[in-house]
Design a protein around this ligand. Sequence first.
Ligand code: RB5
Length: 148
Amino acid sequence: MKIAIGSDHAGFVLKNRLRDQLIADGHDVVDLGAHSTVSSDYPDYAATVGNAVVAGMAVRGVLVCGTGVGISIAANKVHGVRAAAVSEPVSARLARSHNDANIICVGERIVGIEVAFEIVRVFLETPFSEGERHIRRIDKVSQLETEE
Ligand code: RB5
């Protein structure tokens, strides 16, 4: 799967570990930075990865910051992004099956490496359920973007 990955400085180490694992698993990964632990701003990487996913340059996105929260808030400002900040795999699964999330966000300061691997694995493997109620609710979320 084509995956865009990004982080700020606080997510740099975990982002690199996730990137390397995804490549080892056979995914086509584009690393959109950060490229060091020098202080940087999470909205910049949220926008880059969000725009890549919405433009179809990647099927899914993975974002990492210190908590996963700031970078998810920023990513969700990009129209068409449905980013979920999660700290365990059950939420990652439901973010896909109920919310059709296209970006997963995790916090390097919050989750351990094995939990992060599992979150991303579940996020990539879980399909959207396509239930009528879920589609209706996602359509309502999209409608909010036209009201801004
Ligand atoms: C950076 O110090 C930190 O605030 C950022 O990575 C993130 O956790 C914000 O939500």
